[in-house]
Design a protein around this ligand. Structure first.
Ligand code: ADP
Length: 462
């Protein structure tokens, strides 16, 4: 409402001098051809109504913040000033017609026509104001030819009848024009609203892009600094006499390379998930086997952090349909978070159960926990609860967002329970396969990738 009222006022104010010129011209003509006293009387009333309208308009424009009640009040003011202004214009025109006597009312009707067109072009922003003005002008339009017709009642071929029919035609034309302008104005308003929404969306996307660049460049720079520091120390020969220190430096470089790979993998996955380019290849996975795959993939990382990764309980013989690589990526993100937000010496436990007809994988840690009310924030991308420069752990704020998108791609969900200071458990619920697929003889002969991986890890551990 605020925009419509302001558009109306500004439109009216920008045409103030054109209006004054029209009123003056009408007054001069009426004074010369009809009656100067009557013309000046109505002209002064028109000027008074212009003054009232102008004062109200300025007051409305000066008003600071608008409430709904303010909007309604201003609308009443404008309706009031419209009544005053149209009554004076109609009075002016009718008095001129009365002075002209029973004849063809060429001049007064033309003046009314001009006022009607003026209203159609400039008052279409506020429908009640437009309707009120058109109603007053319409009544005057009819009154002028009708009052003579009623008095004389001439035959149908008389000019007075022609005048009435022409007035009706002109009235229809003015009303039609008004509604065309009204429609155009409303169409423009809608377009403006859409543009504003689009602008807001672009601003949000631009902010996200800036945040993304800031976070990712920080996340790239930190490991790169470690890698280049370690490598320059080794290549300078300073560690030639201490092979164990050189080995430690290489380990640092290696783990930072892994961190970079992790980040780039996350960014690529997010990009393909968001552009819907990621095609998943579903296969049946046995819960216990999959949990051990996760443990094997994350074992070294957890051990390096001085923590333990164990596999707890899982229901035997349950299969889910999943894209193994993506589900593994999801679980790796959860374990990686568990490591980042827990202290040395604590344990991360992988387990599974069946809840609400779904298989539910769990990653439980004994870390810092998540404060209540942080649910929406932690699943947003590029969002970390502690995003200060002083935060101890790295991360681009992508892990949980990607994990959630992957879970959704599996028709599943990602939820968590957490107690501040005691730890968090993240749950991935995935639909189970309808029928338990039985292992084919071939499967029995050829160990699956996961079995091979586990065997290798166990051999390594042994
Ligand atoms: P990042 O790993 O880069 O911090 P994530 O999207 O994986 O981004 O996690 C978002 C935020 O959620 C983390 O910054 C952290 O504040 C919180 N969070 C996630 N997992 C855990 C957890 N296991 N324990 C405590 N806080 C966590």
């Amino acid at each position: 409402m605020e925009k419509q009222i302001k558009d109306y006022i500004l439109g009216g104010m920008s045409l103030i001098w054109q209006r004054q010129a029209t009123f003056l011209a009408a007054t001069i003509l009426s004074a010369y051809y009809f009656d100067p006293t009557v013309a000046l009387f109505w002209y002064s009333l028109v000027l008074l109504s212009e003054f009232i309208d102008n004062t109200i308009s300025r007051r409305i424009l000066r008003h600071g913040k608008w409430s709904l009640a303010d909007g309604r009040r201003f609308m009443m003011y404008l309706l009031g000033s419209t009544v005053i202004s149209s009554v004076t214009i109609c009075g002016f025109v009718i008095s001129m017609a009365t002075k002209a006597g029973p004849t063809a009312y060429f001049t007064p009707l033309f003046f009314l026509f001009a006022a009607g067109i003026f209203a159609a072009v400039n008052n279409h922003q506020i429908l009640p104001v437009l309707l009120l003005r058109l109603l007053m002008y319409g009544l005057s339009f009819l009154y002028i030819p009708l009052h003579d017709l009623i008095g004389y009642w001439p035959p149908i071929d008389d000019i007075l009848w022609l005048q009435l029919f022409t007035s009706l035609f002109v009235m229809y034309f003015v009303i039609d024009c008004s509604f065309i302008f009204l429609k155009l104005y409303r169409h423009n308003l809608r377009q403006l609203k859409n543009l504003q929404k689009e602008h807001e969306r672009t601003k949000v996307a631009y902010k996200a892009k800036t945040e993304f660049l800031a976070t990712v460049s920080h996340e790239l720079r930190t490991p790169l600094t470690s890698i280049s520091g370690s490598l320059s120390l080794i290549s300078s020969g300073a560690l030639d006499a201490a092979p164990e220190k050189r080995q430690a430096m290489l380990k640092i470089a290696e783990s930072n390379c892994a961190r970079l790979t992790f980040l780039i993998e996350d960014i690529l996955t997010l990009q393909s998930l968001e552009s819907d380019e990621l095609t998943l290849s579903f296969e049946p996975l046995e819960l216990g086997e999959f949990l051990h795959d996760v443990r094997d993939a994350m074992h070294d990382r957890v051990e390096t952090a001085g923590m333990t990764l164990t596999v707890g309980q899982w229901p035997a013989g349950i299969h889910i349909r999943a894209d193994q690589a993506r589900l593994l990526q999801l679980m790796k993100n959860l374990v990686s978070n568990a490591v980042k937000f827990s202290d040395k010496g604590t344990t991360v436990t992988l387990s599974a159960d069946i809840t609400g007809g779904m298989a539910r994988l769990a990653v439980a840690d004994q870390g810092i926990g998540i404060p209540p009310g942080a649910q929406a924030k932690i699943f947003e991308k590029f969002t970390q609860l502690d995003n200060s420069d002083q935060r101890k752990v790295g991360g681009a704020g992508l892990g949980l967002n990607i994990a959630q998108l992957i879970a959704e791609k599996h028709n599943g969900t990602l939820t968590y329970e957490s107690t501040l200071g005691e730890g968090s458990t993240f749950y991935v619920s995935i639909p189970m396969t309808e029928k338990k697929p039985s292992a084919s003889p071939q499967d029995k002969e050829k160990p699956t990738t996961s079995k091979r991986l586990r065997g290798a890890a166990r051999r390594k551990a042994g």
